[in-house]
Design a protein around this ligand. Sequence first.
Ligand code: FAD
Length: 387
Amino acid sequence: MTEPAVRVLSDDLLERIRSRAAGYDRDNAFFADDLAELKDAGYLRALVPTEFGGLGLSLRDVAREQVRLASAAPATALAVNMHLVWTGVAKVFRDRGDDGLEFLQREAAAGEVFGFGISEGGNDLVLFGSRTDARPDDEGGYAFHGTKVFTSLSPAWTRLGTMGLDSTSADAPKIVFGFIDRSSGGFEVVDDWDTVGMRASQSNTTRLTGAHAPADRIVRRLDPGPNADLLTFGIFSSFELLLAAVYTGIGQRALELAVETVKRRTSMKNDGRSYAQDPDIRWRIADAAMAQDALYPQLDAITGDVDDLVDHGPQWFAKLVGMKVRATETARDVVDKAIRVSGGGSYFSSSELGRLYRDVLAGMFHPSDDESAHSTVATAWLGPIEA
Ligand SMILES: Cc1cc2nc3c(=O)[nH]c(=O)nc-3n(C[C@H](O)[C@H](O)[C@H](O)COP(=O)(O)OP(=O)(O)OC[C@H]3O[C@@H](n4cnc5c(N)ncnc54)[C@H](O)[C@@H]3O)c2cc1C
């Protein structure tokens, strides 16, 4: 893959992060030491403009770094992704002349960590509907009441971007997007993260019990339902593409591990030669490599288009969800092939490939899931289903 133009994550740092991943997974522990080192390296400021104290990287460069980080520690990369997504949305805003998220850029530069408190149980409308109550405070701010699921970075976020439904204001209903401050309280983190994979992300349930976002932290009030607001584009573009980068990194690592393993494993059937000499194994590795190889230029091209303000019109969302689905599904396929050629050793819970097998499953649950992505792409090509 092309090297990032600007490298934030040194090889040494990635090796240290890699060396901790198995322990975090085994202990179901948050990646605290990784996060501290990533902060020290300036990684959480990567997408913040230099004038605010950030590193001023492009989305394309950060996506490339996320591929490298995920190849070392998928759960660390996935959780950090949530912070990168918000700083990515802020960059989308600023690049398009909207300074409504400048506060976020300044706060990220000052060391604040942004969580993504969006998902709700039973809400398959995702951004376009909400089961959380957003109650106006009569000064333009809101108190949020509801339950958010899978909040990655739950032990560490200091700001949480969230949303809820305002059903009482004169112009209601509106979906309200705002940012709450951890130090102001009004929420509870439920210690319920015990999953088969992505364990270090500690994506616990968050109960919002009146968490307050003041008027200057309310970013949008949007009509429920699909819309082409810049916030929607910002979240879709940053979220789907950085997520695709994470799963591309998992596939990359699985392929590397598979190559190492088949060179090491020997076959009695083939006079002690390595499996790397077996035509069936070679075919499978080649198949995985061909699928994996297609992702890098696509990721580069689409992230580059976001950076360069390319206008794909109604095809934008189709391109974004398509990239997410291709990357997550390819990663699953590559990990599967890597496991098949590597044999039963990968079935031990201490095996890195075994861990990747568990981690990669999470890819299918993130928005846009397969059904929603196909519906988006079909609509882009065929128009909506007629009533
Ligand atoms: C590793 C990982 C990290 C993630 N990190 C984040 C993050 O940081 N921020 C974020 O916003 N999202 C995050 N997500 C959320 C994710 O993107 C999806 O929203 C999530 O996977 C739920 O998918 P689902 O709707 O298929 O799950 P479902 O299984 O349908 O539902 C999720 C949970 O809600 C419960 N539930 C389902 N239906 C109802 C109902 N009607 N009423 C009450 N409860 C119900 C389920 O029991 C389950 O516990 C993360 C997901 C994963 C896998």
